[in-house]
Write a protein that binds this ligand. Structure first.
Ligand code: ADP
Length: 542
């Protein structure tokens, strides 16, 4: 027997319809690429998204076609996602920090037909246009007054283009399982792979993200996503903020500490989200300038491990609660987030930070397990490592165009490629990427733990650990550090600091001080590049 409830497909346009009807004047505030701060309410975001949708139809775009965006976080970029999905097409976010050849590769693989972009990236695209044969038109997120002369094919300013659109357009009523978004994994090994989100997966994931233990969004929230829309589906914020009526503050192209701080204060932001590197820049700015937060309550940190020192500084010095999150493009992207359960409610000081340092627990919609190599479950005791696997309505079932073949195990779980422990309370802790863990004499050493400890040293700004060849132990850890501005550090100093705080055999065999550590396009430490840079390096006494 079927239930007698209405069939209300989980389509993305329902989100902006709801925001426009319930929160019409709630603002989307952007630092525009042209410079000035721009304000618009959800009612008008919807109107403009309708124009965008109808204009895409006029350009011959069909449901299922891919429309690329290569752009910063602004209201226009947000509108375009609703416009594209609202007529049944698929937004394909491209990360501008990728190498030009990688951008061309994924645009071709995706078969993008239109590319929407910011003024910032016009020169990059002009240099690349010959390699982008599938793109029929470039829409530049600006108005005619700021439109640069360009030879890009059928280039038009977004404002004049949507002016020819129709506000009375009717959203496409596609199947809720239809494709809505496409985002490629950064592909540190092999070619990038496309993760294809559906309307349903985006709506369900975003609903989960609004909840108090996740982003904690509501009509009184003001959220600033430092995380770009092009990074792993904007961590849901392009959907979860309008869905909950939260005011949305878009930082545009300026993600340095001073610019982010200015917006956090001027717009009285209460929740923010981003990767550890942006928080590192923000904290350095605050320390240097002696600043405080007047409104910020919650900062979500994810994408790579949040160092304990960073969590402690936010909470103890600045009174901002840190929610440490883990996820990946394949998971829409959030898989776990670090709220505190009542069973742990009384923890204080170091014991509380022990928990906060973990990557949190899975929200409803994510099933999680740790397995051995044969797929047998490992115990949730907080000590036993296993392969972290996940299942859920917003977890990839396969990659675009079947790349990589079957990606699910016999139980229908996706192997994340991360190694983790889960404790008796369900708190998961990433110990490493399977490919980054250091295998010393048959035992595993967590590079993340060592990096966390190293950045707790008062003179260290950033740290990375890689395994290097050792004739007896196969691999031993090499610690690479960047000192804080104006400070110096020595290997001896750092090793003395680390001694006694970790198992003796985990202590790095050497420390190298460098000016800079390479990062990936999503702001993570680029271990691949680091390993290459230290290819001919030999440990002392080997
Ligand atoms: P990209 O490299 O394009 O950002 P993803 O966002 O999909 O790709 O990267 C996912 C990976 O990032 C995870 O599998 C995990 O290894 C790492 N990661 C994400 N969040 C955390 C975290 N909080 N702690 C440790 N590692 C993390």
């Amino acid at each position: 027997m079927l239930g007698l409830m209405q069939n209300w497909p989980l389509l993305i346009h329902k989100i902006i319809d709801h925001a426009a009807s319930q929160h019409p004047d709630r603002e989307v505030v952007s630092r525009s690429v042209e410079g000035p701060i721009h304000r618009i309410g959800y009612r008008d975001v919807r109107r403009r998204a309708l124009r965008c949708a109808s204009r895409l139809v006029k350009d011959g775009i069909k449901p299922g076609d891919r429309v690329a965006t290569l752009a910063w976080n602004t209201w226009r970029h947000l509108e375009s996602w609703y416009g594209i999905t609202g007529m049944g097409a698929v937004y394909h976010t491209i990360n501008p920090r990728l190498f030009p050849d990688q951008i061309a590769w994924i645009a071709n693989h995706a078969g993008d037909r239109i590319l929407m972009t910011d003024l910032t990236f016009v020169p990059l695209l002009e240099a690349l246009a010959d390699k982008l044969p599938t793109i029929e038109r470039y829409v530049i997120f600006t108005d005619d007054a700021h439109m640069p002369p360009t030879k890009l094919k059928n280039a038009v300013s977004y404002e004049s283009w949507i002016a020819e659109g129709d506000e009375d357009f009717r959203w496409a009523e596609v199947d809720e399982n239809a494709a809505a978004g496409l985002c490629y994994t950064s592909g540190t090994t092999g070619n990038p792979k496309g993760v294809l989100y559906s309307h349903r997966s985006n709506v369900l994931h975003s609903m989960a993200m609004c909840s108090p233990d996740c982003l904690g969004l509501g009509a009184r929230t003001t959220i600033l996503p430092v995380v770009p829309l092009f990074h792993a589906n904007s961590w849901s914020i392009a959907f979860s903020a309008p869905m909950s009526g939260a005011k949305l503050v878009m930082p545009g192209a300026r993600l340095d500490g001073a610019s982010v701080y200015e917006l956090l204060e001027s717009e009285q932001v209460t929740v923010t989200a981003g990767v550890p590197t942006v928080w590192m820049m923000l904290l350095q700015h605050m320390e240097k300038e002696g600043r405080r937060f007047s409104s910020l309550k919650r900062a979500v940190v994810g994408g790579s491990a949040a160092p304990r020192a960073m969590i402690e500084t936010f909470e103890s010095v600045y009174g901002v609660e840190i929610f440490h999150a883990w996820g990946m493009t394949e998971m829409s992207p959030v898989g776990s987030i670090g709220s505190i359960k009542p069973a742990l409610g009384d923890l204080k000081g170091a014991a509380l930070f022990d928990v906060k340092q973990k990557q949190g627990f899975a929200p409803f919609t994510v099933e999680m397990r740790i397995d051995d190599d044969e797929g047998n479950p490992k115990p949730w005791d907080g000590k036993t490592f296993g392969r972290l696997k996940v299942k859920g309505p917003a977890v990839a079932a396969g990659y675009f165009k079947g790349e990589g073949g079957n990606i699910l195990d016999a139980n229908g779980f996706f192997d994340t490629g991360d190694i983790a422990t889960i404790d008796e309370h369900g708190f998961m802790q990433i110990t490493d990427r399977a490919k980054d863990v250091i295998k010393s004499g048959g035992e595993w050493i967590s590079s993340i733990d060592l990096e966390n400890l190293a950045v707790a040293h008062p003179d260290v700004a950033e740290a990375a650990v890689i395994g290097v060849f050792h004739p007896k132990w196969d691999e031993r850890p090499l610690l690479i550090v960047v000192p804080k501005e104006g400070r110096e550090c020595t290997a001896k100093d750092i090793l003395t600091f680390m001694e006694g705080r970790i198992a003796k055999w985990w202590l790095p065999d050497d420390v190298q001080v460098v000016k800079e550590i390479p990062h990936t396009a999503t702001g993570k430490i680029n271990k691949l590049k680091l390993r290459e840079a230290f290819k001919i390096y030999r440990l002392p006494n080997t």
